[in-house]
Design a protein around this ligand. Structure first.
Ligand code: ADE
Length: 232
């Protein structure tokens, strides 16, 4: 076992889907995988391995925010040999044409987190998606007739910002939406030369103030998972 994951070596697949919410991990495993078995319950951060169309695949909750995500991704890569890390999460829209329930692929992830500024001695690091996984996701979505948007996103350290208006600066520079994890995921994947991709569904809009209902979230979540499962 590693510090935060109690799986034995070999119990986690090379491709792992990463929802923030551990109960989402359970739902994904029970809804989409055959013969899912739970390999982790440390801190309630559930992880499962099963098969999808004959391919072995795992699902691991990461918790919220870059620090929590980095802990799980680091251990998955360095202790369990994971090669493809695919975040499946929700995000808030920054653009009028990025609508509730849209699916967005993060080609790059900007951040207001201090982690990379510290790591790179005050310089900025552009954290980007795996080209290979990105191409596969575009292809899978096309095959399934699921529309996608793709571009730069923001991984923010704060959910409740002091100044609501501060999102407009990012929006002006073309950032599509905000979540709280992808910049960390892309950075740790680059360091260890493995593949990472974030697929996000828009759950709320900072532009219009709308929010998805639980039913709507579940439906779009399904489409996002269907794309993610094709990347194994
Ligand atoms: N995830 C989903 N919506 C979000 C928002 N508005 N801010 C940060 N993370 C989010």
């Amino acid at each position: 076992m590693s510090v935060h994951i109690e799986a034995k070596k070999g119990e986690i697949a090379e491709t792992v889907l990463l929802p923030g919410d551990p109960m989402r991990a359970k739902w994904i495993a029970e809804t989409f995988l055959e013969n899912p078995t739970c390999y982790n319950d440390v801190r309630g951060m559930l992880g499962f391995t099963g098969t999808y169309q004959g391919k072995r695949i795992s699902v691991q909750g990461t918790g919220m925010g870059i620090p929590s995500t980095l802990i799980y991704c680091h251990e998955l890569i360095t202790e369990y040999g994971v090669k493809n890390l695919i975040r499946v999460g929700s995000a808030g829209s920054y653009q009028e044409d990025v609508k509730i329930r849209d699916i967005v692929i993060a080609m790059a992830a900007s951040t207001n987190s201090g982690l990379n500024t510290i790591r790179f001695n005050g310089a900025d690091y552009a954290s980007t998606a795996s080209f290979e996984l990105f191409q596969k996701a575009i292809e899978a979505a096309k095959q399934k007739g699921i529309p996608l948007k793709a571009g730069n996103i923001l991984s923010s350290d704060e959910f409740y910002a002091d100044k609501f208006e501060s999102y407009k600066k990012w929006a002006d520079y073309g950032v599509l939406c905000v979540e709280m994890e992808t910049n960390g995921l892309y950075t740790v994947a680059a360091k260890h030369k493995v593949n990472a991709l974030s697929i996000l569904t828009i759950s709320d809009s900072l532009v219009t103030g709308e929010r998805t209902t639980a039913d709507e979230r579940e439906q779009t979540f399904k489409e996002m998972i269907e794309i993610a499962l094709e990347l194994a």
